[in-house]
Design a protein around this ligand. Structure first.
Ligand code: AP5
Length: 220
């Protein structure tokens, strides 16, 4: 099963993708994570992407599509969760080609519907485990034991350099201008299911599980 999680910055795509990876053996394909890793290591892609990401703008379609193609060839889970990809019409077309070349097709696009103002609080309060990347929040999702990652037990956490209010507003404007317009492309094909992303993490998870477990919902 190959699915897209679609929604603006802070909608909860990464949180839900990580959970689906743990519970269903699917593979999270986050172009944001791939780009951050490239920046950290200092690869040619990372050197190109760093300033663009810090400004909250979009990295070029060709770079992110190539990253997804490479990852599809490496991954061997029960399906892919595309998180933060596609973000433009060109990327949506590229994804279709990349999946088709591998005998795969998209099963579902899950749109997380959210209130953008609330997302600023979500993003500026976000932090992650420095070891395994598990996602937390100062108010909404603290580790069960203070200072210890629930998933791997590590004690160090990190925050993203683009998680400040000014950059978040640019990222949201990019979403409205370039990403939201790809939804009709998937709606026409009956692939889109909407989920209330303002519900709790657990409620959002249960709704997504209901969609993925309903064979009728997945047949086309
Ligand atoms: P990327 O890393 O993809 O960031 P994003 O889309 O802005 O999304 P986020 O990771 O900020 O949010 P999320 O929806 O995953 O939310 P999360 O689950 O963490 O991209 C970063 C940059 O890379 C882009 O700006 C761009 O420059 C570049 N890039 C990446 N992909 C690209 C592409 N395809 N093309 C071009 N450029 C690309 O949740 C947020 C917080 O809220 C967390 O703390 C979480 O604990 C909490 N939370 C989650 N769900 C809930 C809930 N239901 N209730 C309360 N709190 C919640």
């Amino acid at each position: 099963m190959d699915i897209i999680l679609l929604g603006p910055p802070g909608a909860g795509k990464g949180t839900q993708a990580q959970r689906l990876e743990r519970t269903r053996g699917m593979v999270q394909m986050s172009t944001g994570d791939m780009l951050r890793q490239a920046v950290k290591v200092g690869t040619p892609v990372g050197l190109k992407a760093k300033a663009v990401m810090e400004a909250g703008e979009l990295v070029s379609d060709s770079i992110v599509s190539a990253l997804i193609g490479e990852r599809l060839d490496q991954a061997d889970g029960t399906g892919a969760i595309f998180d933060g990809f596609p973000r433009t019409g060109h990327q949506a077309q590229a994804l279709e080609i990349l999946l088709g070349e591998r005998g795969r097709k998209l099963d579902r696009v899950i749109e997380l519907e959210v209130d953008e103002e609330a997302l600023v609080e979500r993003i500026t309060g976000r932090f992650a485990c420095a070891n395994c990347g598990a996602s937390y929040h100062d108010r909404f999702k603290l580790p069960q034991q203070e200072g210890t990652c629930d998933v791997c037990g590590a004690h160090e956490f990190k925050r993203r350099p683009d998680d400040n209010e000014q950059t978040v507003r640019t990222r949201m404007a990019e979403y409205r201008a370039k990403t939201a317009p790809i939804l009709p492309y998937y709606e026409e094909r009956g692939l889109v299911r909407r989920v209330d992303g303002m519900a709790s993490v657990e409620e959002v998870a249960a709704t997504i599980d209901g969609i993925l477990d309903d064979p009728g919902s997945l047949s086309r």
